[in-house]
Write a protein that binds this ligand. Structure first.
Ligand SMILES: [Zn+2]
Length: 202
């Protein structure tokens, strides 16, 4: 079982899990967490739906509260937040997953980690790695660039979801970058080729 780290759980809950839950689902998830991990360090809790309904402060009638709780539990199960076990006279057994063990949170954690380690755009040392890789030549016109005028072009533009990773960054001269900026290569190609032709003629 994963160690319960309050700060980490809280951050991952608010940043990644809460946006994927309805407000009532979020409230129920916190309630279950509060009565499992926080209370006794166990991921399991056995509890009746009426007790849950009562504790969530539902002002609805008893029967509506019951079906509402059933619906919320189903939602949490479908989103991978809980597993539902057997039912006996003391209630139903629920196994609560911590945010980092929930698939939809895991996915977002992986993406965030990749973005963090793959930022070759903002870190000056890493920018230089790209220039060295490209031998200080503009990816589009082939002109030599220096540390005074070298820029990095996003092959897939940032506005179209392109990231700061190695594969998406190309060494670029100022002129080509001004033309390519915000466009895909396909969109920019006619303008780039025209400009390169004109520059060669000068
Ligand atoms: Zn160029």
């Amino acid at each position: 079982m994963t160690k319960f780290d309050v700060q980490k759980v809280f951050e991952q809950f608010t940043d990644y899990l809460m946006p994927a839950l309805t407000p009532y689902e979020a409230t129920l998830y916190i309630f279950l967490l509060r009565n499992s991990f926080v209370k006794n360090g166990s991921c399991d809790i056995r509890i009746g739906k009426r007790t849950i309904g009562g504790n969530l402060g539902s002002s609805r009638s008893q029967s509506t509260a019951f079906s509402h709780v059933t619906e919320l539990l189903k939602g949490l199960k479908e989103k991978g937040c809980i597993r539902i076990g057997d039912t006996n006279r003391e209630g139903t057994l629920y196994s609560i997953s911590l945010p980092e063990d929930i698939p939809l949170v895991k996915e977002k954690l992986v993406v965030t980690a990749e973005q963090k380690e793959e930022d070759f755009f903002n870190d000056p040392e890493k920018r230089k790695e790209i220039f060295d890789r490209d031998k200080w030549l503009c990816h589009y016109c082939g002109d030599k660039v220096t540390d005074k005028n070298a820029t990095l072009d996003h092959l897939i533009p940032q506005c179209k979801g392109g990231g700061h990773n190695k594969n998406n960054l190309k060494t670029c001269c100022l002129v080509c970058n001004a033309i390519k900026s915000g466009k895909t290569y396909e969109e920019a190609a006619p303008f780039l080729l025209k400009s390169i032709r004109e520059r060669k003629q000068q």
